[in-house]
Design a protein around this ligand. Structure first.
Ligand SMILES: [Zn+2]
Length: 382
């Protein structure tokens, strides 16, 4: 009995180790800050502190607080018990149960799961990299990007999209020694997920990702609201992708960010077109084309070579899906949707979830012809 238990325990540990070794992601955290000292407290579980040479120097347990600062090109760890010189690199390796640390400095305070890598840069600043189990990371990103939703099925949709995006972009920061940053450049990540509905949705879809016909994780892009029709990828990024096609999206209609308006002086608008595109604004027939404009389905161009995408950027409009009309000396932009419009509309997906669609059908509605598989299927261990 004891032997069997030992074997089972060993198998369980071995399995856990293999899965973890493969599915940890290294995310640089506090990427938007520059700092030369760090304060950390062990919030739960326990940690070993390993130096640059791979030697374990200390063990830290719940409530232990340490401050790390560079002295003469070396990271030095100050605690209530002693001071330890660690070299240029420190690994805080979790080795307890439910290992969570909290960053007290820099601001703001945040909780993180799993391991922390701390490195001293040549300019004297410190980089923090959270080596985190993939599913912990996915839940954290879902909370940061879609936490306000209160629908378990929608959280599943978002978890699969986030996991897919992660796998697709895993090389994004390879040259800098980590995999993803914690900003919109990659995916917003503010530490561990504290929402049990999101944790549940993440674990129910654990390992699931969307793949294209060549078996690669898809570009799982999303936006707030499509305005009733999503956009073709080439109209936004210049590249046609077969699963990022324009679809009629009745589910986004009437949702929070469905419509918007913006007024502009007629003169400012025409001057902008003349300056940037040499548009013949003194010709009344031509001018009419750009002050009275409508699109019942999404267009890519206002007129001629003037892309709606460029107009959206220059005037910080919520979308490219708008009409223009004249009101006195003003032109009024009346638009639909919020965001680039490619891929999944979050508000549409949320509405579908409320109407009872399951997450797989919601994903397949916005990403055409994709398959859902698990990471193990496309990245086998052996
Ligand atoms: Zn990034």
């Amino acid at each position: 009995m004891n032997t069997l238990r030992t074997i089972l325990l060993f198998l369980a540990l071995a399995t856990t180790f293999t899965v973890n070794a493969r599915s940890d992601v290294r995310v640089r955290i506090y990427t938007d800050k520059t700092f030369k000292s760090v304060q950390i407290v062990v919030f739960s579980g326990s940690y070993e502190m390993i130096d640059s040479s791979g030697t374990t120097r200390k063990a830290w347990n719940k409530n232990d607080t340490i401050t790390i600062k560079p002295i003469n090109d070396e990271l030095v760890v100050f605690s209530s018990v002693d001071t330890v010189f660690m070299g240029k690199f420190i690994r805080l390796q979790s080795n307890g149960f439910l290992n969570i640390f909290q960053i007290l400095q820099p601001d703001p305070k945040r909780l993180y799961d799993d391991n922390l890598l701390i490195s001293l840069r040549d300019d004297g600043t410190i980089w923090l990299i959270n080596e985190v189990e993939l599913e912990h990371y996915v839940a954290g990103v879902v909370q940061a990007e879609a936490g306000i939703a209160k629908n378990g099925e929608f959280f599943k949709v978002q978890a699969v999209a986030v996991r897919t995006f992660t796998l697709r972009n895993i090389e994004k920061h390879a040259a800098e020694g980590y995999q993803l940053c914690d900003q919109t450049h990659c995916q917003v990540y503010k530490g561990r997920c504290g929402n049990t509905d999101i944790m549940l949705a993440t674990s129910k879809t654990a390992g699931e990702i969307m793949i294209d016909t060549s078996g690669q994780p898809i570009m799982a892009v999303f936006h707030s609201n499509s305005g009733g029709q999503t956009a073709n990828s080439e109209d936004v990024w210049g590249k046609a992708v077969y699963y990022l096609r324009s679809v009629n999206d009745p589910y986004s209609i009437g949702q929070n960010s469905y419509s918007w308006q913006k007024s502009l002086s007629r003169t400012e608008w025409l001057e902008y077109l003349r300056k940037n595109f040499e548009f013949p604004i003194n010709n009344p027939i031509e001018a009419k084309r750009v002050t009275n404009f409508s699109q019942t389905s999404r267009k890519a161009y206002l007129v001629d070579n003037i892309s709606l995408r460029r107009v959206r950027e220059d005037f910080k409009l919520r979308s490219t899906f708008f009409n223009i009309s004249e009101q006195g000396d003003q032109v009024v932009f009346s638009g639909k949707g919020f965001g680039h419009g490619v891929g999944m509309s979050q508000e549409g997906a949320m509405n579908m979830a409320r109407q009872g669609f399951i997450y797989i059908d919601i994903l397949k509605f916005y990403y055409l012809g994709i398959e859902i598989t698990t990471i193990d299927q496309i990245f086998p261990t052996e």
